[in-house]
Design a protein around this ligand. Structure first.
Ligand SMILES: *Cc1c(COP(=O)(O)O)cnc(C)c1O
Ligand code: SF4
Length: 352
């Protein structure tokens, strides 16, 4: 397991070759991928990779692939349309009662399917400075309709306990904010970060705190992850899950059932299963909405209701999320769907 201050050496092709995670003769072909998108694995994640299995579902999530250079016309740099809904830097305000606060743009790992891959990474926007943070919190404080602040990024649990305490105590002063939610992979990707100092920082505001844990394969939910989750729950945090439906990782009803059951066993309530976003260079991960709906129906036939996430599409262009299992979705032509957004407007989604 990675020490909290251990250098993350698995951030270059050379590092991956040294660790035996990619073959030296693949390195040249992968160089343009490395030039384009950030690479990082933690020791915890690297230890989960089965080096004998060329189709390993953990490797597929984190190791660069030449397929990432295949950019499709339907793909977008900002697939879910954050930009037009950002009133001040770091805030995305799409729904009246809740905002995203993108406090940091780095992660301990870089997922190859990441929907914010154009914005995250060591050369991205980094961590919000004190002035930008004050401006973002002033925005939240000025709008009494904002009931929930969702701290995301990047991965917000890479923030130092000192920085997190600063953010949480500032939000603690805003009476109309009742809930603070984090979206993070850290309990899985770097569980040793879950120190007493970090837990104290997370819970210092007096607000109700949720952590939405992102994991996509049951093998990611290890004993180390369980320990981190147990510590979060013991400190009063409520946990929900989010996963991305990914070809070659979890596009199988038995794998999804094992993943969702494992979450429930760990006291993490399945919340969202995301249809993959139209992020650049990710077509090898995508499946059609029709396939996704078949998988979710097969999952429902197997598992307890406790294990069922909402199957969600974030409609490209900033139209927001829609449930693909509950809302009317019509395939109007091959790979072309009409979906109704939350305001009842019909939107078109094309996956090819
Ligand atoms: C996804 C998202 C949320 C959270 O949506 P929930 O359905 O409440 O989980 C909030 N704001 C923005 C801008 C989002 O993209
Ligand atoms: S941890 Fe989240 S934000 Fe970071 S690369 Fe993975 S999906 Fe993207």
């Amino acid at each position: 397991m990675a020490g909290r201050t251990a250098p993350l050496s698995l951030t270059s092709l050379g590092g991956l070759v040294d660790a035996g995670l990619i073959d030296a003769d693949q390195s040249a072909a992968l160089q343009p991928v490395a030039d384009r998108y950030a690479i990082s694995l933690t020791d915890s994640v690297a230890a989960l990779i089965d080096r004998e299995d060329p189709a390993d579902p953990i490797a597929r999530q984190y190791l660069p692939m030449v397929a990432e250079l295949d950019r499709r016309p339907e793909e977008r740099d900002d697939p879910i349309g954050d930009g037009p809904h950002s009133p001040v830097p770091g805030i995305v305000h799409r729904y009246p009662d809740r905002v995203l606060l993108k406090a940091v743009h780095v992660c301990p790992v870089y997922c190859r399917f990441c929907f914010r891959r154009e914005m995250v990474g060591p050369s991205g926007d980094g961590t919000m400075g004190t002035a930008a943070l004050k401006r973002a919190i002033d925005y939240v404080a000025a709008d009494p309709e904002i009931w929930e602040v969702i701290i995301t990024g990047g991965d917000p649990l890479v923030l130092s306990p000192r920085r997190l305490t600063e953010i949480m105590s500032a939000l603690g002063q805003v009476a109309h904010v009742k809930v603070i939610r984090f979206h993070s992979r850290v309990p899985v990707t770097d569980p040793s970060r879950m120190t007493t100092e970090l837990l104290d920082a997370l819970t210092c505001s007096g607000k109700t705190v949720y952590v939405a844990l992102h994991a996509n394969h049951p093998r990611e939910l290890t004993g180390y992850a369980k320990h981190a989750i147990d510590r979060l729950i013991a400190s009063g945090v409520v946990m929900v899950s989010q996963s991305v439906l990914l070809r070659g990782v979890n596009d199988d009803a038995a794998v999804l059932a094992a993943l969702m059951r494992r979450f429930v066993e760990l006291r993490v309530k399945p919340y969202y299963l995301h249809h993959p976003d139209l992020a650049p260079g990710t077509s090898h991960f995508r499946l059609s909405i029709a396939e996704g709906r078949r998988l979710v129906a097969a999952l429902r036939a197997k598992v307890s209701g406790l294990c069922m996430p909402h199957y969600i599409l974030d409609i490209p262009g900033g139209h927001g999320k829609v449930s693909l299992s509950e809302s009317p979705v019509t395939e109007t032509a091959e790979g072309c769907y009409s979906v109704e957004d939350r305001l009842g407007r019909v939107q078109t989604y094309r996956d090819r």
